[in-house]
Design a protein around this ligand. Sequence first.
Ligand code: F6P
Length: 363
Amino acid sequence: MKLAKGSRVAVLTSGGDAPGMNAALRGVARVGTELGFDVVGVEEGFQGLVEGRFVPVSLRSLDEAARRGGTVLGTARCKVFPTPEGQKRAREQIEANMIRGLVVIGGNGSLTGARTLVGFETSHGPLLVGGVPASIDNDLGCTSMAIGVDTAMNTIVDACDRILDTAAAHRRTFLVEVMGRDCGYLAMTAGIAAGADAVIVPEIGKSEDEIVDQVYRTVERAYAGSDARRRVLVIKAEGVKIDAAKLKERVDALVADRLKDVDSRVTVLGHVVRGGTPTAFDRLLGARLANAAVRAIGDGMSDFMAGWYGPGMKTPPCNYDPYVVLPNLGDVLTETQNLMRGESMIAQWRKRVYQEVESILNR
Ligand code: F6P
């Protein structure tokens, strides 16, 4: 059944912030208002939901915010919400504030939280819950892109371009560590775009010794021979469980024995990768996923995520946007697990590409 005009739809951002979240908030607010809903924001994700921190949304200020990174509503990794007490308090707040629709913008943990509210019957009718994928890690199933990935990739490429300038000037080797949690997607895509000599990702499953050997061989190739370029860029995903400083130390030890005048440095980009002005793509992705999510809730749908269409997807595109799918939230969480365990079709394709790329980059 369609959601009646005047119904209250809440929106929150949760988990690690991602550039483009504000654009998604703007999309929810603008489309929701256009459809006749009373759109309210929830401060600091599920923490604000538990504490009943609902705030009016201002279309004017969201227009400004959409150009910026972070999230104007704030975000949190909430410890209380998953507990029985947290769930109870959140449901009481939803009831007391007459919320009928909820849009959750975030990553895996946030969508897991959203799923727990599916099926909640308020005294005004069922709560309709929709998710919008936002995480720089691109580790979610049922969406080929999450909000924030494109900006993060551009930020890494920009940082690597700068690092390569100084690497070339000093003929140095740089080990650059980038975020991505347990997923190597950001490291690999940014590495290819930046022209890295090697990219180390967790999906390949190399041992520490194998990684040291790979980096050493990359350095050797770059410094030996008359046509050698004598500078190296290695990108390591944070999910690879060898500390960047330790990797440098071990490679340096091998280099000291066999190569002359090779100097190395480590740069951990850390949270720099998560901030900054969202790219046009991330703003548009945020707007389009938000548009489909609010329209679906308006049409009475619940228990779904608005994902960006891609290969191997079982759900066909939705009627609101030919690039947006609306898979069931449970399927999204299962597919995410499969992706991270390396079992999904996309995970296997990514792994094959990562293996192929290793020798292509190191020439
Ligand atoms: O999930 C996004 C992410 O930035 C990961 O890439 C990273 O591992 C993690 O969050 C960092 O979390 P926090 O900001 O809580 O340190």
